[in-house]
Design a protein around this ligand. Structure first.
Ligand code: UDX
Ligand code: UDX
Length: 489
């Protein structure tokens, strides 16, 4: 009962207890950094997935559910002190003055808006749980990236309950506080954000939330907006970033048929201070859990409001990304004399970018599936992605494509194997080609002279990330295809 008295009965009481629902790539690292900088605040991270919570509580920090450079050290310092991971949503919500919702919001697979709109069922169930268990006054913060006007849904659910399941009076403020961290650099991004965005219409609640960030973020980096601007800014930010990558990737195709080099083009345009040099690396196609989903959300919103030109504009960013991934798969087949059937190909990297174990929307999934459809035998290595994750990512297609395959080619579908390491270079034995799909640091240092001797000539290296030393590869007698490189083709 003491808790309730402390709880923000008086709306200006300071936040002392935080709950975060969703212990994923966003919730986990964000709460760890808050707990680090706000030792006086109790932070409870809850998740319905018991396995995930058990992994967050693992003594061996190598077994945390997500890999993020620097995260293990913070967890080691704050876990069990003011940072706790559990599946007890009810207890955490009851105690909390402020609740972050950081659950996933995948693209809807069925019904209205299928393939574009976000599935908000978990947001809704969180809001219902909060209205059932919360006590006193609670600030509820959207951390997940959501379609514009989702706060309204949350507010409606929360405000329809004036009392909780114990019939105590309750009240809420809803804020939007989108997270801009990128995986692989999450800790750096959280420690030193370009900005912290807080959207809302209750200044007091916004100030309470900003006080948490003020523990380490300079005041001028904390922006207040209305709630809809905050939601739309997050979608727009991801759409702009994704658009840059689709733009440069589209230029790779032009480079490859002329004698231009996309790295030189990137360098040259990046010197224009209006364009800037970041986010201009061409690659196998953008991936990750956010870009495609958020753009499709924008497309859905635009279509909903009858803005078909706007919808088409943004949709093209996603479409060209799919085309680009397809294009790379086709190049591999073409270079290997039009067939990869029964040929061993080494895949280096499966994560959607370096320094993460996340594979959501990874270009590697599409490219590997395409090559399996062509009958290739893949040997896949990624320093952080597990075999079971790859199995999960490639499984569905194998069944589906098996049918396609039988009907069209009547040949055997390819196969894949997982390799735990590349240390002894054995995985390259008798391979026809090596595909570099993720820019892991260790791939930059490979000894191509030794590798070349193990492969089946004429052997190819396909570098979709521009990280391989071109001279070494050529000196080793290997054939090289590099993304956006006109001279090599
Ligand atoms: C993020 C963001 O929150 C989302 O907005 C963004 O657009 C994509 O990714 P992320 O942390 O990467 O989510 O997702 P994920 O790693 O899947 O974590 C979400 C967690 O929420 C999962 O562990 C899931 O078990 C949990 N969850 C989901 C709940 O605890 N309760 C639910 O009702 C639903
Ligand atoms: C992105 C946004 O950057 C982040 O602000 C937001 O909060 C979530 O979505 P994330 O998806 O984790 O973050 O990674 P990001 O670094 O943006 O990379 C996304 C994809 O674009 C990756 O597949 C990456 O390899 C690719 N990319 C990125 C390029 O191909 N070239 C680049 O120059 C940058």
């Amino acid at each position: 009962m003491d808790e309730v008295v402390h709880k923000l009965k008086n709306k200006s009481t300071e936040v002392k207890n935080i709950c975060c629902i969703g212990a994923g790539y966003v919730g986990g690292p964000t709460m760890a950094v808050i707990a680090k900088h706000c030792p006086e605040i109790e932070v409870n991270v809850v998740d319905i997935n018991e396995n995930r919570i058990n992994s967050w509580n693992e003594i061996n920090l190598n077994n945390l559910p997500i890999f993020e450079p620097g995260l293990d050290l913070i967890i080691d310092n704050v876990r069990g002190k003011n940072l706790h991971f559990s599946t007890d949503v009810k207890a955490a919500v009851m105690q909390a003055d402020l609740i972050f919702i950081a659950v996933n919001t995948p693209t809807k697979l069925k019904g209205i808006g299928a393939g574009q709109a976000s599935d908000l069922r978990w947001i809704e169930s969180c809001a219902r749980e909060i209205s059932e268990y919360a006590r006193g006054h609670t600030i509820v913060v959207e951390k997940s990236t959501l379609p514009v006007r989702t706060a309204e849904v949350i507010e409606n659910i929360l405000n329809s309950a004036e009392t909780n399941s114990k019939r105590e009076e309750i009240s809420f403020d809803v804020l939007s506080n989108p997270e801009f961290l990128a995986e692989g650099t999450a800790i750096k991004d959280l420690e030193n954000p370009d900005r912290v965005l807080i959207g809302g219409d209750n200044k007091n609640a916004m100030i309470e939330l900003s006080k948490i960030y003020r523990a380490w973020v300079p005041e001028e980096k904390i922006l207040f907006t209305n709630i809809w601007s905050s939601e739309l800014a997050k979608l727009t930010s991801n759409a702009f970033l994704a658009q840059r990558i689709s733009s440069i990737n589209s230029i790779t195709a032009i480079c490859e048929v002329t004698s231009a080099d996309v790295r030189e083009v990137s360098r040259a345009i990046g010197k224009d201070t209006r364009i800037g040099s970041k986010f201009l690396d061409s690659g196998p196609g953008l991936g990750g859990s956010c870009f495609k989903k958020d753009i499709l959300n924008l497309v859905y919103i635009a279509e909903y409001f009858g803005l078909s030109e706007v919808a088409n504009f943004w949709e093209s960013v996603v479409k060209i990304n799919s085309w680009h991934q397809q294009r790379i798969s086709e190049i591999v087949v073409k270079k290997l004399f039009g067939s990869v059937s029964n040929k061993k190909l080494v895949i280096l990297g499966f994560a959607f970018k370096a320094n993460t174990n996340d594979t959501r929307e990874s270009a590697a999934i599409t490219i590997c599936k395409n090559l399996l459809n062509e009958g290739a035998n893949l040997l896949i290595y990624d320093p952080k992605v597990t075999a079971s994750q790859i199995e999960n990512d490639l499984k569905t297609n194998q069944t589906k494509s098996a049918e396609n395959y039988k009907s069209s080619l009547n040949e055997k579908l390819g196969s894949w194997e997982y390799s735990k390491s590349i240390n002894n270079l054995e995985i390259f034995n008798n391979a026809y080609a090596v595909l570099v799909l993720t820019e892991w640091e260790e791939f930059r240092k490979l000894n191509w002279m030794t590798i070349s001797k193990k492969m089946t000539p004429p052997a190819w290296v396909f570098d979709s990330r521009s990280i391989i030393n071109t001279e070494e590869v050529k000196d080793a007698g290997l054939r090289l295809w590099r993304i956006g490189d006109g001279l090599e083709n």
